[in-house]
Design a protein around this ligand. Sequence first.
Ligand SMILES: [Zn+2]
Length: 497
Amino acid sequence: MGYASTRSLALTGLTAHIVDIEADAAPGDSELHLVGLPELSVWPARARIRAAILNSGTAWPDARITVSVTPMIPPVYDAAADLALAVALLAAAGAIPPERINGRVFLGELALDGQIRPIRGVLPMVAAAVRAGISRVVVPAECAREAAQVPGAVVMPVTQLTDVIDQLRHGAFRDQHAQEPDPAPSSSFAVDLADVPGNQAARRVLEVCAAGGHHLLLSGDGPATMLAERLPGILPPLTDEAAREVAEIYSLAGRLHRAPGITPPLSAPHHTATAAAIFGSVAGNRPGAVSLAHHGVLHLADAPEFARTVLDGLCRPMDSGQVHLAGHGRSIRYPARFTLVLDARPCPCLEQRECACTPEVRRRYRARLALLLSRVAVRAPVEQEDRAAGTGEPSATVAARVLAARVRAAHRLAETPWRTNAEIPAPDLTTRFSVAPEAAELLWSAVTAGLVTADGMPRLLRVAWTLADLRGADRPQLDDAAGALELWKGTDGDGAR
Ligand SMILES: [Zn+2]
């Protein structure tokens, strides 16, 4: 009888592990024994692989087949390894020359009829294979373009197990060399700030948030969504490293075709979204909306309508830049560093004109955001479109000022782990960086007067630095401190701090 070995990959979060698959065929019961994984997690795989082989017109080997999968990471069987298991067992049984499956990685889930189904996360998996020195990857045809984006990958797209068996038998595997990746989408965003009429105050806060990475609340019943959608277009383009991280997250979500290229992503979940849709799912290893916003913008339209668990749960990723999920015997972290844009109407009415809500109803409605608002530095009203107000500056003009401010901040923060003013921890704001004495005096007087709590002070200082960066000044002066106070209060006077 015989022995064969090959490789596949499995993902824990975004981290791909090489999985060694060994198969042994010995005289005996004609059964498939899978070792190295919990029995419950492998029985569906065993059934799929058997059906796929039989439906591919290949006889089931007349031998006792043992397949071992090592290491056991994650401790749940990943269907992406189906194809590797099938070719390994066929090679051990002599149906395929064993040497032809060596030195390759096989990825793909098998359907019962022998079709090879696309899988999620091909980009991080193929990247890990190439890093480990295995450049020849066999992937489902639907995932071939994605795999080919990894420099150095030699991609073999496959659609059916029959074809894989035939090609391996006759040595006819046609390796496709890495394609030129699709041309990166241009940085000019499909939507432009010039489309938004009026709303000068909201346009200004958008610019400040983009320049400093600050979180934002838009209040009122104006075009908040239009504004939020235009924030990614004025953020600096992603670095290569950031674009790669974003692409890997979208690949794992099965949405690489919607990855934004070098434009920072926008993730705008609906208020009915479940906690799993927002934060991700450990069972399915699927990142959620907060990770799809990594390096970009998370927009919660009608924010008070979201589930309380979602609203309060957002604080953790906002503070740590990642989501941590545990369960099903594993622990997963996804990156989730985003700029949050909340928008909220003043009350729960759908038809604001006929509103009869009491001040208490309005207060309770807004209070749902209390925890999140303790992390928001900037607020602005959004007003109904006023055609007479004319159009404002285009995104490109604003983006140029944002970029100049970011460069200034990056220069100041060069020796630190932070890249934007919003990331500077509270203690460092006072020990490492100093504002003009009059500016500090004004901000402290606001604390003394009870306008701002002492906890709110660091957020004011961060915004003051961003205003100074936008002016091209070395440090915040009195005007920047006053400006930060204005943006902190917003001008809607909703009173929820
Ligand atoms: Zn109302």
